[in-house]
Design a protein around this ligand. Structure first.
Ligand SMILES: [Zn+2]
Ligand SMILES: [Zn+2]
Length: 139
């Protein structure tokens, strides 16, 4: 569904949608209206949805939206707060997992080394003991 529900009105201007676009929180606004709300606050930060207060990171216009100015604004908004920010956040969220993964790998590697060293030690000890034994029982 890439268009606002029928008989729904823009919650910002309370009239029919012009150049409707859907925010990532699934609420619809006129492209112009949501851009006005955004510019009303700090443009260096994503605006929050006037309805549910969730930060808007994506604004998707309908296929029928042909208003070039609105489309350009939405595009720059999405570039600012859309995928780039999301992927960075995603990275931050993935980081602890990556770290534990790396630490786990190192631990396994370390254990491996210790294990090999232990086997070597036992082997050498066995050889040494057999040498001692031979010396004791030798002619
Ligand atoms: Zn509106
Ligand atoms: Zn919302």
């Amino acid at each position: 569904m890439n268009r606002p529900p029928e008989n729904d009105l823009c919650s910002i201007c309370h009239s029919h949608f012009t150049a409707p676009c859907q925010a990532n929180c699934s609420h619809w606004f006129c492209g112009n209206c949501i851009m006005l709300v955004w510019r009303h606050g700090s443009t260096s930060q994503p605006c929050s949805c006037p309805l549910c207060r969730r930060p808007i990171s994506l604004l998707v216009p309908t296929e029928e939206t042909v208003d070039r100015i609105v489309l350009r604004d939405l595009e720059s908004y999405n570039r600012l707060f859309g995928r780039g920010t999301a992927s960075l956040l995603q990275m931050m969220q993935d980081l602890p997992f990556l770290l534990t993964e790396t630490v786990a790998c190192c631990m396994v590697g370390l254990l491996d080394d210790v294990f090999i060293a232990l086997i070597c030690f036992l082997h050498i000890a066995a050889l040494y003991r057999s040498v001692l034994y031979r010396r004791h029982t030798g002619p």
